[in-house]
Design a protein around this ligand. Structure first.
Ligand SMILES: [Fe+2]
Length: 613
C-alpha cells in the first residue's frame, strides 16, 4: 500500500511517502525551489518521494491531502462576512486567490499530479482529504513510540480548529475536544511576533529565543485584556485588540496603545521592551499549554503525550511540560508545523481509512527515522557535482574524514557538515548542519555575525552524545529532534559577578555562563539534541572523536544556511553557502574542502541573495 501525503497552499509545502504504514521519504518543497517556506504545489518533493522509493506513479494507491479546502473557504467567508465591512480589504486581497486556486483543489491537485507524474492516471479517484488538525494529530500519534497516548495539537489555524485534544489507541485516533478560530494560541503568539518586529510564521522561535533576556512584566496586561483562560486550558481571545480577522495585519491600534506604541520596525534595534514582551507571552503560552496538557491527561487517563502543530515547536514550553510530571513521556513530531501535515495525512489515510494495523518501531524508537527522510548523494555523484561547481576537494576514507573534522572543530573552526539523507522539518540534526566548538567563548558571535548574518542574541543548540547528556545537562531523556530545553548542570556553570548580574537584556549575552558558553543561554538553559549511534552513526562518531580530543561530548549545531535561506539540500547548495560565508571547512559525504584552497573568484557576498526573514 503506497500512500503519498501532500501539504500545500498554506505555508511550508511538503510531500511524504508512506509504504505499508512506514514513512519512507519526506521533504519540504523549499529545499528544492530555494524559496523559504514555499507554499506552492510540492512538485519537486513529490517527485523526490516517488523516485526515492523507485515507484511508478500508477503504483500510488492513494494521495492524501492534509486539509479540507472547502472548510477553510467556509471559515474565510464567514469570518469576512461577520466582520464586513471592516474586513473588506483583506477579503478583496485574499479571496480571489482562493477562488482561483484553493477552492477547486481536487481538480487542481489531480491536474498537478498528472502534469508531474503521469497524465494517464485518474488522480481524482485516488484523492483523500484529511482535516488540518487531524493531520497534525496523526503526525503526532502514529509515528510515536507509544501504543496508546493522549494527543494535543496547537497552531495558528487550519480550517476552523486551532487546538485539538485527541486520544490514540492502536490504529485508532479519536478527537475529543476542539477550540475554534478566532480563538487561537498560535495567532496570539504570532501577534506578539509581529508586534516585536519579526516575521509571522517564521519569527516565532526568535521571540522564544528573546524571552530569557526579558522580565515578564506584561503578563497581567495580557491576561486582563487579551486572553481569558479557563482552568481546563480552554481560552477566548479578545478580538478588540487584534486585526487578523479583518485585515492583513495581526494587531490593531488598541493593541498598540495597550503596549505604548507601534510595532517595532524589523531592522531597528531590539530593546528591553521587546524582550519583556517576549518573556511575557512565553509565560502565558506555557500556562495554557500546561493546562491543556493536564486536561487531556484527565480526559484520556493516559501517561504518554504526543504533540504537534506549530506551537509544539516551542521547546521551552515542552521542557517545562516534561518537568511538571503531568505525563511520564512526551513525544513531539519533529515536523510539527504544516509540512508535517503531509506525513500525518498519509499515515491517517493508511490507518484510519485503509484500516492498516500499527506496528511500533521497537526498542522505544519512533517511526521518523531520526527525521533523515530526504535526498542523499553517493560519492560518485558528490565528486562529479562538486567538480562541476569548480570546487577543490579531496576524497577521504571514513576514519580520516571524521578525524580531520573533529580536529578542525577542536581548533575553533566553523565546519559545514553535509552527510546522508537531509532532515525533514525545520531543524538541522546533523545531516545539513554547521558545526562549531561549544567551549569557545567567541563561537556564538562568529557564527551569528559572519556565518548566519543574523541578530547576535540568537542562541545555538548543542548536539550531545546521548550517553553523556546527563553529565552535562539536567535531563536524562532522548531529545533527538532538538525539541526539549534543559539546564546546563551546576558543575559546568560559571556564576556571574554582581556587576554582570546588574547588566540588562542583551548586554548579558557576552557574559560566558558555562564551560560550553556557545550553547548556554543567559538563563543557563540549552535546546538539546541527543545524538544516537543507531540513527546517525557518522555524526555520533564525529562527536565521539571530538570528545577524545577535548574531553567534551558537546558541539554547536546550527542549520546549514544563512538568514532567510532554506537549509541546503544538494552538494552545490552546500558549496555555495560555504563560499559565501566564513565557514572554514566543508565536508560533503567523504569530500573534504578547505576554504583557503578554493578558487578566489568563486567567493561571493552570499547574504545579498536572500531576503531577510
Ligand atoms: Fe497547522
Amino acid at each position: 500500500m503506497n500512500i503519498l501525503g501532500i501539504s500545500a497552499y498554506y505555508h511550508d509545502a511538503a510531500a511524504a511517502l508512506v509504504v505499508d504504514g512506514e514513512i519512507v521519504a519526506a521533504a519540504q518543497e523549499e529545499r528544492f525551489t530555494r524559496v523559504k517556506h514555499d507554499p506552492g504545489f510540492p512538485t519537486n518533493a513529490v517527485r523526490f518521494c516517488v523516485d526515492f522509493a523507485g515507484l511508478r506513479p500508477d503504483q500510488l494507491d492513494c494521495i492524501a491531502f492534509y486539509d479540507k479546502p472547502f472548510l477553510k473557504f467556509e471559515r474565510l467567508l464567514e469570518t469576512y462576512l461577520a466582520f464586513a465591512p471592516r474586513g473588506f480589504t483583506s477579503f478583496r486581497q485574499a479571496l480571489p486567490v482562493w477562488i482561483k486556486e484553493k477552492l477547486f483543489q481536487k481538480r487542481l491537485l489531480a491536474s498537478q499530479l498528472g502534469a508531474n507524474l503521469d497524465s494517464g492516471v485518474d488522480w481524482s479517484s485516488k484523492l483523500l482529504f484529511s482535516e488540518h488538525h487531524l493531520s497534525h494529530a496523526a503526525s503526532a500519534f502514529y509515528p510515536s513510540p507509544f501504543d496508546q497516548a493522549a494527543v494535543l495539537t496547537m497552531d495558528g489555524v487550519g480550517e476552523w480548529t486551532t487546538t485539538s485534544l485527541a486520544h490514540g489507541t492502536g490504529n485508532n485516533l479519536e478527537v475529543l475536544k476542539e477550540i475554534h478560530f478566532p480563538h487561537s494560541l498560535g495567532l496570539l503568539y504570532s501577534a506578539f511576533t509581529y508586534y516585536t518586529g519579526f516575521k509571522v510564521n517564521s519569527g516565532e522561535y526568535k521571540v522564544m529565543g528573546l524571552a530569557p533576556y526579558g522580565e515578564p512584566r506584561y503578563v497581567d496586561v495580557i491576561r486582563d485584556h487579551l486572553i481569558d483562560v479557563k482552568d481546563d486550558g480552554s481560552f477566548r481571545v479578545n478580538l478588540d485588540y487584534f486585526d487578523y480577522c479583518t485585515g492583513l495585519r495581526m494587531t490593531n491600534e488598541r493593541f498598540h496603545a495597550l503596549f505604548g506604541g507601534p510595532p517595532r520596525n524589523p531592522e531597528s534595534r531590539l530593546g528591553q521592551k521587546e524582550m519583556d514582551l517576549a518573556a511575557s507571552i512565553q509565560v502565558v503560552t506555557e500556562e495554557i499549554v500546561l493546562k491543556l496538557a493536564r486536561d487531556v491527561a484527565r480526559e484520556t487517563g493516559e501517561r504518554n503525550l504526543c504533540l504537534a502543530g506549530g506551537v509544539a515547536l516551542n521547546c521551552v514550553a515542552n521542557g517545562k511540560l516534561l518537568r511538571t510530571g503531568a505525563f511520564d513521556r512526551i513525544w513531539i513530531q519533529p515536523a510539527a508545523g504544516d509540512a508535517g501535515g503531509a506525513v500525518g495525512a498519509a499515515l491517517g489515510a493508511y490507518h484510519m481509512h485503509k484500516g492498516g494495523a500499527r506496528r511500533l518501531a521497537g526498542s522505544g524508537r519512533d517511526g521518523m527515522r531520526g527525521a533523515y527522510l530526504g535526498p542523499e548523494y553517493d560519492t560518485a555523484t558528490i565528486r562529479q557535482r562538486l567538480s562541476a561547481a569548480g570546487a577543490t576537494f579531496e576524497i577521504l576514507d571514513d576514519g580520516e574524514i571524521i578525524d580531520r573534522c573533529a580536529r578542525a572543530l577542536a581548533v575553533g573552526m566553523a565546519v559545514g557538515w553535509h552527510q546522508g539523507r537531509m532532515e525533514f522539518g525545520p531543524r538541522a540534526l546533523g545531516a545539513r548542519s554547521i558545526l562549531g566548538d561549544a567551549r569557545s567563548p567567541a563561537m556564538q558571535k562568529l557564527l551569528n555575525l559572519k556565518v548566519k548574518f543574523r541578530e547576535s542574541f540568537r542562541p545555538f543548540a548543542p548536539s550531545v552524545l546521548r550517553e553523556h547528556v546527563s553529565d552535562w545537562f539536567d535531563i536524562d531523556e532522548d531529545s533527538p529532534y532538538m525539541l526539549l530545553v534543559a539546564d546546563v548542570r551546576n558543575e559546568h556553570r560559571i556564576a556571574m559577578t554582581p556587576e554582570q548580574e546588574a547588566l540588562f537584556g542583551i548586554d548579558k549575552l557576552n557574559v560566558a555562563r558555562s564551560s560550553i558558553p556557545a550553547v548556554t543561554h543567559v538563563d543557563y538553559s540549552a535546546r538539546i539534541q541527543t545524538v544516537h549511534a543507531d540513527t546517525n552513526p557518522r555524526y555520533h562518531a564525529l562527536i565521539s572523536r571530538f570528545r577524545d580530543l577535548t574531553g567534551c561530548p558537546v558541539i554547536v549545531n546550527t542549520s546549514f544556511n544563512v538568514r532567510g535561506e532554506p537549509i541546503v539540500c544538494t552538494p552545490e547548495d552546500s558549496y555555495h553557502c560555504f563560499m559565501g560565508t566564513d565557514i572554514e571547512v566543508l565536508v560533503v559525504g567523504n569530500a573534504y574542502l578547505e576554504k583557503s584552497r578554493q578558487p578566489e573568484h568563486l567567493k561571493t557576498r552570499y547574504e545579498d541573495n536572500f531576503a531577510l526573514d
